[in-house]
Design a protein around this ligand. Sequence first.
Ligand code: ADP
Ligand code: MG
Length: 373
Amino acid sequence: MNDVRLPVIADAQFARLFGTAPMVVSSAHGRVNLIGEHTDYNGGFVLPTLIPQATVAAVAPSSGRRVRVWSRELSADASLRAFHLGDEEAGQGWLDYVQGVTVALRAAGFEVGGFDLAVASDVPLGSGLSSSAALEVSVLRALRRLFDLDFDDVMLAKIGRAVETDFVGAPIGIMDQMVSSLASVGEALFIDTRTLATAPVALPAGTELVVINSGVAHHHAHGDYRTRRAECERAASMLGVVELRDVGVADLGRAQALPSPLDRRVRHVVTENQRVLDAVAAMRANDADALGALFSASHASQRDDYECSVAAIDQLVAIAQADPAILGARLTGGGFGGSIVALVRTGESPAAAARVAEGYTRASGHAPTVLVP
Ligand code: ADP
Ligand code: MG
């Protein structure tokens, strides 16, 4: 995390696109969740941290109500996408994330004028490292300064989340936008997703992270995610609680009387919430082994109780867990494919990541990508 280098949008490049220099340049990082999976939409606890990769948003005001947008990652050459404020219409691919920003700002009571926007990102898109939140937060930061809007970083996260829940149509929790908006690079952020209380926590001394994408993307990820959310809501209502957050480890006996698979879904959420609290305690006590063991216990719970892993991910996690430099590993993100995060002894992450990626390639035939370091 020492050599954080942001992507650059040169003034000359912005001028070539829009005929003017950018007035504000803002950035926001992607994230990886250390522990606390599928707890955020249950009002529970999460513990994400920023990754070195970030998205940069450069903006300049334009006359009228036109918004023009260019993405280094997704726009060919100098081709611009455009829309008019008030005429936003979903269903236009990545432009929805920018249209969603102006719609969500308006819904929250903040007016912006027309603007030109260029974005560049080295957060891998669609790999579970939340390029979407990095895009929303970087653009919202830029517009907040450009139009002198008066909202704090928590409100910014809420507006960013609304982009996805209310415009893009992705029923996500608020973790991604909270950590991207509130955390500093080099620290993890404990978030109580019900109260939105946060606390920074450092990794135990002598540890660092590895993140590897499995090369397996699940085609029905949104559908399965919705199914899990619905199962949690049904379980909560059968248990007579507002959210599964309100079920503690001590109440698990009662939850085990629920029909299958709700009993297992609840067991995951309840024990995962406890593991987040235990992870924060382990980090504060500088107990790397305890934290590693919690990572691995979280994976088993996702695999067996929440059933949000897939065979390739289980294989990748097992190979990581068997590596001598790795203290624990787990599926991270929404699941059904995607990436794993591992806790590694300091200085060993490049070699450990290479060993794990190679072993997994050999065993599975899939093409992994090392995302961190
Ligand atoms: P993740 O957030 O895990 O990367 P999502 O599916 O939530 O995956 O968000 C990825 C989508 O967000 C992309 O397909 C694209 O529509 C949009 N997006 C993210 N970053 C950018 C970017 N730099 N430029 C254009 N669109 C982006
Ligand atoms: Mg996303």
